[in-house]
Write a protein that binds this ligand. Structure first.
Ligand code: ADP
Ligand code: ZN
Length: 596
């Protein structure tokens, strides 16, 4: 079969995307290659497809078991023989897989790096016919990246052991320095470097200063969503649980996920999410890497991520099917203080300096006023036009600022009068004239500043204090005590004015933005019926629904309403293999719907 036929037959796609064919050709010509393409860009096809044109087995190194598992399930769903070797397999299973490898019955083998690089296994591999090696998530080899993995370091030996075997490396994001690290650590030979545009035009990015705990903003955001499938990232384990409970109380199907949960619970949450039984996972960053759920419609960050790379990768999990998805980043100056305090605790090294720079980059990004897509592209050495309508800064360029000099002075004065010895919540309670026992005991109800700030709510005062923190007018000391800096003293004395974006003082329903039209481009009722069928099939065949058909496929089906095989094969994601398995069932349902 030719490349294009394989694409249609096994993968159900009509055409190659930009750069896919280029990488496939390099691989077929035994040329080392590094491909940098954003999440959802279609990297896996670039090594899966040429494997079908080669006679041996392709060995794929991947950092996460969940990722490998999903890929194997998806490949088998397309009728391609694939297996994985990791700590998850029993000895029996391992033996079986090894036998199958000897018999050349496996096209793609996924292995964990520590598994691959053990001596026994390397020797075993030398007896096989290996097409080429794939290093997925290749940025993990670099200590300059954001996800360095100790086991990836060993991969530098791969070229030494297999000098004539091609290596194809893939990653979604890599700055210049990480790119160089990948090439040198993997000892790639004159590699072709193929980069796609980083612009994910189906993602809409918004960032907001977090007001109090951000929950009102979260709910407002969720209310705007057409689909509820998404991930909410929270900072701590405790926070994931409390936000998940909160969402549940508000009527959402949400569950928490973090590394501290027992394995069986983690597995359960993961599979319930993948199979659409729950809508929202509130997770620490332990969740999501390699998650192969193409219909995630939103990603929310309740806190500032550690780096722009992390942020981009995490939001990149939304909209992998190419349909529109939205993201919301909530941040506050306190996040930055907190992140920096973690780095402070590290021993001195160049990586420490690097880590500070990364925090500064993401914090500038979060509070910026220019196109967010453009900024990210720039960070990764790409240049694009402003998106126009895919980020808050482009959608809503002129945001009103209001003068809060008086309020700022009141707050600074309260910090000063309470002797710079209290946390911000206490200070705000004083300014709002709270009758809390601690305040009365301390005699702070006798201060001239007591109750001078009743006209603003607590969340509003917290936003004002955040603004002062951003300006460096106040600092946070031990025990989270707020103190005045030189700049704060200057403001207090009337030497400087302070203003804040109006919206930060108002937790209000966001204005209707430009409507995303894609969601309306399909027949919702038909889609829902197709979805029920998909779920039934998925349950009986014990695979996640997206392995049967993606949302995109169902939406197209709802529009096209194919009446026969030929028409159905034209639809995105429907190839011969899939048609054989599920085609008739869907055609039948569509016929029934059409005759009602
Ligand atoms: P990545 O590994 O780069 O994150 P994937 O390989 O998971 O991306 O692909 C993302 C989505 O794009 C999948 O749903 C896949 O089916 C789809 N896709 C890949 N290549 C094509 C293509 N040539 N035409 C249409 N869809 C494609
Ligand atoms: Zn923009």
């Amino acid at each position: 079969m030719k490349k294009l036929e394989i694409l249609q037959h096994y993968f159900g796609h009509q055409n190659f995307r930009e750069q896919q064919e280029e990488v496939i050709d390099y691989i077929l010509n035994n040329q080392d290659v590094l491909m940098i393409l954003p999440t959802g860009g279609g990297k896996s096809l670039c090594y899966q497809l040429p494997s079908l044109l080669m006679s041996g087995v392709t060995v794929v190194v991947s950092p996460l078991l969940a990722l490998m598992h999903d890929q194997v399930v998806a490949l088998r769903g397309n009728g391609i023989s694939a297996s994985m070797l990791s700590s998850m397999q029993t000895q029996e299973e391992t033996k079986e897989i090894e036998q199958a490898l000897y018999n050349n019955q496996i096209k793609l083998l996924y292995v964990a790096p520590e598994r691959l690089m053990n001596d026994y296994f390397l020797t075993f591999l030398m007896e096989l016919n290996i097409n080429f090696f794939v290093i997925d998530e290749a940025h993990c080899v670099s200590e300059w990246g954001h996800e360095f993995r100790e086991h990836y370091r060993m991969l530098s030996q791969l070229k030494t052991s297999f000098p004539s075997t091609t290596i194809a490396a893939f990653t979604a994001t890599a700055t210049t320095i990480v790119r160089e690290d990948i090439v040198s650590n993997l000892q790639l030979i004159n590699p072709k470097i193929v980069t796609g545009s980083l612009f994910r035009k189906n993602l809409t990015m918004t960032a907001q200063h977090r007001q109090s705990d951000g929950r009102v903003q979260l709910i407002n955001f969720l209310k705007e969503q057409k689909s509820l499938t998404g991930i909410v990232y929270a900072f701590s384990r405790k926070q994931t649980e409390s936000v998940a409970k909160y969402l549940e109380r508000q009527g959402y199907k949400a569950k928490a996920f973090h590394a501290g949960l027992p394995t069986n619970i983690k597995k359960k949450v993961y599979s319930e999410f993948v199979s659409d039984e729950i809508d929202i996972v509130v997770a620490t960053i332990a969740f999501g890497m390699g998650i192969d759920k193409s219909n995630i419609r939103f990603v929310v960050h309740m806190n500032l991520p550690k780096t722009l790379e992390n942020y981009y990768q995490e939001i990149g999990r939304a909209g992998r099917d190419g349909l529109d998805a939205t993201t919301l980043l909530l941040f506050s100056a306190q996040d930055i203080v907190q992140q920096k305090s973690f780095i402070d605790a590290l021993p001195d090294s160049p990586y420490k300096v690097n880590a500070y720079e990364k925090i500064n980059t993401i914090s500038r990004f979060s509070d910026s006023e220019s196109c967010r897509h453009q900024q990210i592209a720039h960070y990764f050495n790409d240049s694009i036009e402003a998106c126009g309508d895919r980020c808050d800064n482009c959608i809503n360029p002129d945001r009103n600022s209001i003068d809060i000099t008086t309020e700022a002075r009141k707050l600074l004065s309260t910090i000063y009068r309470t002797k710079q010895s209290f946390g911000i919540h206490y200070v705000v309670d004083v300014i709002r004239g709270s009758k809390e026992q601690r305040i009365l005991t301390n005699g702070h109800d006798q201060l001239s500043v007591y109750g001078i700030g009743e006209n603003y709510s607590k969340p509003q005062w917290l936003s004002i204090s955040d603004k002062l923190l951003e300006l460096g007018a106040v600092g946070i000391g031990d025990y989270k005590v707020y103190y005045l800096t030189e700049r704060g003293v200057n403001i207090l004395k009337g030497g400087e004015e302070v203003s804040i974006r109006e919206e930060r003082l108002m937790v209000k329903k966001a204005k209707a933005k430009k409507k995303i039209t894609y969601f309306d481009d399909y027949k919702v009722e038909i889609f829902d019926k197709l979805r029920v069928l998909r779920k039934e099939i998925a349950t009986t065949s014990k695979v996640p629904p997206y392995v049967v058909f993606s949302d995109k496929t169902l939406k197209e089906l709802s529009n096209v309403m194919p009446t026969n095989k030929a028409e159905m094969l034209e639809v995105h994601g429907v190839g011969e293999v899939k048609f054989e398995r599920y085609g008739e069932a869907f055609l039948q349902l569509i016929a029934e719907i059409a005759h009602v």
